[in-house]
Write a protein that binds this ligand. Structure first.
Ligand SMILES: *Cc1c(COP(=O)(O)O)cnc(C)c1O
Length: 466
């Protein structure tokens, strides 16, 4: 797919459609000359050089990658019409596309019934799910693990609901004993489970949480913002080493959030929230004096906390899913490659003299740290920081990584031989969200090893000044 062909084609499509409405005179107030635009654009393009190469396999930092070209063309084409998926009359075509995409996402999770819509982000989807949770269990709190996304705690504050932060097990998953304990107090109405934590990619035991929650009459919300698309593999014949059980329990939960702008190849501005009760929308119903005059069905805006939303986001996702559907051979092939890359890299790190695994990856996030001469938390933290900065600043062969702060207890639990001389230690975290990582590992791994050796050497022996 060549954008040089398809982007002008988008302009043609919209112009040809517009011609049927007859000519009109554009107002002079917003006309700009080609010269003025040229100089503004030059400045803009220059400013955009200040970026990290998210597209390149040497970037394995955060969960970021550019959208698929199909998403770009879908988005740009729809944006030229600029539909607003708040209501049917804001964009009939993209509203239909949104409903189809949401149905496809529900199918991906194996949900038997659903009500849902796209959101601008995972955070907004989670806010809406927790808002509905509060309405369903007024006066009750919300429980989540210390490894869940930091916005859950913040959203509890926004909603005026008490948040109960629970400990995790040795692999960063919600601790069931702690959950049982807090549920027994009767003060919790909803528990949040995460299938793929943002830090470690840890998958909470949804299949064990659901029966526990049901015993106490408590709701379960699944934050699958990051990991959700792994449901394709988990439900397939070849789950690539994933434990299927948490994923198979998602249809038994009350709500789920997934971010197509992470693994779903979409540009930012595309999350989704789905409820398994098709009547969950009653908690969100409202009357707007301005809109809703074309459809007797529920408008997307009637079941959503947000008002305006880009119809273009639905268009981009719809066009992408036409080409890469939510099947093992479609989008699943990308996730399988990410998984293979993560497992293989973990194996390489496991036998490397200069690197150590923090823990084995459950999805595609690999966490590790440089081998240091004397294993103390402070030495690991210092070497990690050095490695991260050196690897990005290298004039030749840079690598872009990210860090994760681990507390002393969590670290020593995994690596008991570590001297606990600090309250925490940062470790390296690489998100292998691009399938290209698989083919690039043979370059990447030796390079990160080399950087690790330099980062762990005593100051003054690396040939650099500090
Ligand atoms: C990314 C993420 C979020 C937040 O989603 P945004 O789209 O960044 O707002 C929430 N939960 C998890 C598990 C995430 O990985």
């Amino acid at each position: 797919m060549d954008l040089r062909y398809w982007l002008p084609r988008a302009v043609d499509v919209v112009e040809r459609w517009g011609e049927q409405f007859g000519p009109y005179q554009p107002h002079s107030s917003h006309l700009v000359s080609e010269e003025a635009f040229e100089s503004a654009y030059d400045e803009f393009a220059k400013r955009m050089e200040n970026n990290y190469p998210f597209f390149h396999p040497r970037y394995i930092g955060q969960m970021v990658k550019p959208p698929h070209p199909a998403a770009v063309v879908g988005y740009v084409t729809a944006m030229l019409y600029n539909p607003n998926n708040h209501a049917e009359e804001g964009g009939p075509a993209t509203t239909e596309m949104e409903r189809e995409c949401v149905a496809a996402l529900a199918g991906m999770f194996g949900m038997r019934d659903h009500l849902g819509h796209l959101t601008t982000s995972g955070t907004m989807g989670n806010l809406e799910a927790l808002y509905v949770a509060r309405e369903a269990h007024p006066g009750k709190g919300i429980a989540f693990s210390s490894e869940c996304h930091y916005t859950h705690e913040r959203m509890c504050q926004v909603l005026g609901v008490r948040g109960h932060k629970l400990p995790v097990d040795a692999l960063g998953r919600l601790d069931l004993d702690a959950l049982d304990h807090v549920l027994a107090t009767g003060s919790v109405g909803t528990v949040v489970v995460t299938t793929g934590t943002t830090g470690l990619g840890a998958v909470d035991p949804v299949h064990e949480v659901v029966p526990l929650a049901r015993k106490y009459g408590v709701r379960v919300h699944v934050d699958a913002a990051y990991g959700g698309f792994y449901s394709i593999l988990a439900r397939s014949d070849d789950p690539q080493g994933l434990d299927r059980r948490p994923w198979l329990a998602i249809p038994d939960c009350d709500s789920v959030v997934v971010d197509p702008h992470k693994h779903g190849l979409q540009p930012y501005g595309c999350g989704a929230v789905l409820f398994s009760d098709p009547h969950a929308g009653r908690h969100l119903m409202h009357d707007s004096p301005y809109t809703y005059f074309t459809d007797s069905d529920l408008h997307l805006g009637e079941i959503s906390l947000e008002c305006s939303r880009a119809g273009a986001a639905a268009a981009a996702l719809w066009l992408t899913l036409k080409l890469l559907p939510l099947t093992p051979d479609g989008l699943g092939a990308i996730l399988a490659a990410n998984r293979r890359a993560a497992t293989r890299w973990a194996d390489l790190i496991d036998t490397s003299p200069s690197l150590r695994l923090y823990q084995r990856p459950e999805l595609d996030i690999v966490t590790y740290f440089p081998t240091v001469p004397v294993q103390t938390l402070s030495a690991i933290d210092t070497a990690t920081d050095r490695l991260l900065r050196d690897s990005m600043a290298a004039a030749q062969d840079p690598v872009y990584l990210s860090m994760l702060r681990t507390d002393a207890d969590a670290f020593v639990r995994r690596h008991p031989q570590t001297a606990r001389d600090a309250g925490s230690a940062r470790v390296l975290r690489s998100v292998l969200i691009k399938p290209e990582a698989e083919g690039y590992l043979d370059q990447l791994h030796p390079r990160v090893e080399e950087l690790a050796v330099e980062a762990a050497a005593p100051v003054g022996q690396t040939g650099f000044w500090w």
